[in-house]
Ligand binder design. Structure first.
Ligand SMILES: C[S@@+](CC[C@H](N)C(=O)[O-])C[C@H]1O[C@@H](n2cnc3c(N)ncnc32)[C@H](O)[C@@H]1O
Length: 223
């Protein structure tokens, strides 16, 4: 099945301006470390890391977003890849010291795609390499609108805490899954990582800035 992200308008790819958790993670890395930005969109996070002196490669399934990132002149190399491909990422620059994956695991697809993404992330890392991953967390405790979305969309998505992110006309754009902490920990550990840290934060939704949502920030090591 084609990903809805392949032809998503690059100007509207959701992102976040608060990168404080990522900044703390980057402080752990040696100067000039090789970092892979998985699901880089138009390259905003990649450029932040390149400015810090890291050797960044960004990958995304959206060719227009990758073209924009390549032409933006902020440093880094950008290539089109499907992160959930069972054939792997086939990147010449691997292995990397670190993989950054921000706001992607919740929107990459079903369980099989999430597992494939983490397998590809692990394959791209050197032994002991670090994974930084942020994902949406179950949020009905801070925003009742999510409780309704989970309930209304369950018959179609077939998965608890999965719903359709929609545009202003109510048209479904892509599926979003909100993780519980134990669920995300288990997924990361099953993929062959040692979980080092899992932080939960209540912030603004990445697409609807006036809405509250919970996010999980995980740091893990390839073992
Ligand atoms: C919510 S955006 C986050 C973008 C960026 N990481 C950031 O934080 O600014 C999700 C990104 O994941 C990408 N994506 C989703 N599924 C993908 C897949 N199967 N392969 C590669 N990229 C994918 C989308 O194209 C989009 O750029």
């Amino acid at each position: 099945m084609t990903s809805p992200w392949a032809d998503y308008d690059p100007a509207n790819i959701p992102s976040k301006s608060d990168l404080s958790e990522l900044e703390s993670f980057l402080e752990r890395l040696p100067e000039g470390a090789r970092v892979l930005d998985l699901g880089c969109g138009s390259g905003g996070v990649s450029r932040t890391m390149a400015r810090r002196g890291f050797a960044v490669v960004g990958v995304d399934i959206n060719a227009d977003a990758i073209a924009h990132a390549s032409g933006s002149g902020g440093g880094g190399r950008f290539v089109v890849r499907d992160l959930a491909s069972p054939k792997g990422l086939r990147l010449d620059d691997a292995p990397f010291s670190a993989v950054v994956c921000q706001l992607v695991l919740s929107v990459v697809g079903k369980t099989g795609e999430r597992e494939a993404l983490l397998e590809n992330a692990r394959d791209a890392l050197e032994l002991g390499g670090l994974l930084y991953l942020s994902a949406s967390e179950v949020s009905d405790d801070v925003n009742p609108a999510y409780e309704k979305l989970y309930r209304d969309d369950f018959p179609e998505t077939g998965e608890r805490y999965t719903y359709y992110s929609r545009d202003s006309d109510g048209c479904a754009l892509y599926e979003t899954h909100h993780f519980t902490g134990p669920e995300l920990s288990a997924l990361i550990e099953t993929a062959g990582f040692e979980l080092m840290q899992l932080v939960s934060k209540t912030e603004s939704s990445s697409r609807r800035k006036d809405q509250k949502a919970n996010f999980l920030y995980a740091t893990a090591r390839k073992i």
